[in-house]
Design a binder for this molecule. Structure first.
Ligand code: FAD
Ligand code: NAD
Length: 476
């Protein structure tokens, strides 16, 4: 029989978010030890590495989503899930305020959830650096809705460009696809978009072939700063071949409905403001802190110097607290904000919580035994003493959980034209590679990392479908 109501003898563990960090924690957590409550505005896990492929319809978005209910139903003890946003965490009162933000609301759409232990895994927001016009005019690339919006806009730009009597200048603008941010998100999207043009668009709508153009804009002197010099060069030369323009040392300062204004640093050291017209603008300049996280940081004196997110110790405990942990992009560690890091942090917390529960269980047994010991006599007493020794041994064994250690499996990015770049650290040191073999490795790596067997089949089918029939260009 499944137990539905919370058990008063157990602690309440509240987990915020259903992304890489929280879901990898849930997968490994022994839910029988706590009353587990999961809160997220999104009732599914999203496999973000393949999200850029959804913007062109190469992969259908549902292929990379996994319902959280499907994950939770396999857990041993019931886990409660509330589809809601955590709007405020009250550290003193140990409660989370939650709000149902979806279309359909009941009589109650705001309430509070108390916690004994809290895991914050809410990820990050899109950085805009307060640059005017970004939110109003560009598309981000973080959630399913973003990818769907981009997919619609690409085709809208194309169909509008071929509208009867459109002027040449307007055709050029509408077919100029601008990506801001030369990190992996921007690079992968630019590659996918150029593929879409080469594989399908130019064949289906030949009128656009002289004017369709992808430009990647980056403020720094080079793109992909986290990759080695050799792979940066490989990516840059591959983009050149693919006819994707890279504009480095170009910092966007303002965005309007039809053009961006960027400060371009010239070789002679002077700077010049340039207007760049666009049809589609995708904004991928990295992460910013979410409001709910910033508010929590404000309540904890030990967080006053952190800017980029929650400062945590080596056990991922939020500094200045003893019952709040943070994982993934909202936590500040020595590692980059990646899925790989978030996933390992989540798995670490699961081990930590499983061990903590086991330790508490043995300690309470030991307490009972020491009472029994003082009351027992003769042979009984010897038996109790033996049992105490055995429990103490168990305790020593279980207590050995060291601090979190990240093991880097390598960075991998798709760069278009069936090529990928990879910085892979195996036992022998660093292997940097790029090219078609890397691409095949990239595909198989993602297939094997894909969340469930179901996702794996769906993604493989999407790839085959696109190969045979081309991407679907209908605009929903
Ligand atoms: P997320 O996965 O973003 O999850 C956050 C969760 O919190 C979501 O479920 C969200 O709905 C929920 N949430 C948000 N606000 C609230 C709130 N107020 N209350 C409750 N819940 C909330 N990393 C790699 O290592 N390899 C890659 O190839 C790679 N590719 C990427 C491609 C793209 C397009 C993007 C955008 C990112 C990519 N990343 C990649 C980075 C990776 O996705 C992130 O580092 C990772 O998602 C971080 O995990 P997380 O759990 O912290 O946050
Ligand atoms: P990022 O922070 O890696 O890169 C953002 C880029 O935008 C920077 O190079 C920055 O200089 C540039 N930029 C900022 N402001 C600008 C402006 N005004 N004008 C022009 N350029 C500007 O961001 P991301 O690519 O979204 O990645 C976020 C995180 O997710 C990273 O940790 C990344 O490693 C991870 N990620 C990994 C992969 C992968 O491994 N394949 C894919 C996507 C994301």
């Amino acid at each position: 029989e499944e137990q539905i109501e919370p058990d008063p003898s157990k602690k309440t563990l509240v987990i915020l978010g259903t992304g890489w960090g929280s879901v990898s924690l849930l997968k490994k957590l022994d839910t029988e030890n706590y009353n587990v409550v999961v809160i997220s505005p999104r009732n599914f896990f999203l496999f973000t590495p393949l999200l850029p492929s959804c913007t062109t319809g190469l992969i259908e978005h549902r292929s990379i989503m996994e319902p959280i209910r499907n994950i939770l139903r396999h857990k041993k003890a019931t886990v409660k899930f509330f589809e809601a946003e955590a709007t405020k965490i009250d550290y003193e009162k140990r409660v989370v305020y939650i709000s149902d933000d979806s279309e359909i609301k009941g009589d109650v759409s705001h309430t509070v959830v108390p916690f004994d232990m809290l895991v914050v895994g809410v990820g990050a927001e899109n950085a805009t650096f307060g640059i005017p016009g970004v939110r109003e005019n560009s598309c981000f690339l973080k959630e399913v809705g973003d990818a769907q919006k981009i997919r619609k806009r690409i085709m809208d730009c194309v169909e509008t460009a071929v509208f009867k009597d459109q002027t040449d200048e307007e055709v050029k603008r509408l077919l100029h696809m601008v990506v801001v941010g030369g990190g992996p998100t921007g690079v992968e999207f630019a590659g996918e978009l150029q593929d879409f043009f080469e594989d399908d668009l130019r064949k289906w709508i030949p009128e656009i072939q002289d004017n369709f153009h992808v430009t990647l804009v980056e403020a720094l002197p080079n793109i992909l700063p986290m990759f080695s010099k050799q792979l940066i060069e490989y990516t840059e030369s591959s983009f050149k071949e693919e006819k994707i323009t890279i504009r480095t040392k170009t910092m966007v300062k303002n965005v309007t409905e039809k053009f961006i204004e960027a400060e371009v640093s010239k070789p002679d050291g002077t700077k010049e403001l340039e207007k760049i017209p666009y049809g589609l603008l995708v904004w991928a300049t990295g992460n910013a802190v979410r409001d709910v996280v910033r508010d929590l940081m404000g309540q904890i004196p030990a967080q006053k110097d952190s800017r980029r997110g929650l400062a945590v110790n080596e056990f991922l405990v939020v500094n200045g607290t003893e019952n709040i942990w943070a994982v993934g992009d909202c936590a500040i560690t020595n590692y980059a904000p990646t899925a790989q890091v978030a996933g390992q942090e989540g798995a670490f917390l699961a081990r930590l919580f499983n061990t903590m529960a086991r330790t508490e269980e043995i300690e309470s047994e030991l307490k009972k035994l020491s009472v029994a010991q003082s009351e027992a006599k003769g042979e009984d007493r010897d038996r109790v003493l033996d049992e105490i020794k055995e429990r103490q041994r168990q305790l020593r064994r279980t207590k050995q959980i060291g601090p979190f250690q990240y093991s880097h499996q390598g960075s991998l990015a798709y760069i278009g034209k069936e090529r990928a770049v990879a910085d892979i650290s195996w036992l022998s040191g660093n292997i940097a590679s790029g090219g078609t073999m890397t691409y095949l490795f990239w595909r198989s790596a993602y297939l094997s990392m894909c969340f469930s067997a179901r996702n794996r089949v769906l993604v493989a089918t999407d790839w085959i479908k696109a190969k045979i029939f081309g991407r679907d260009v209908s605009r929903e």
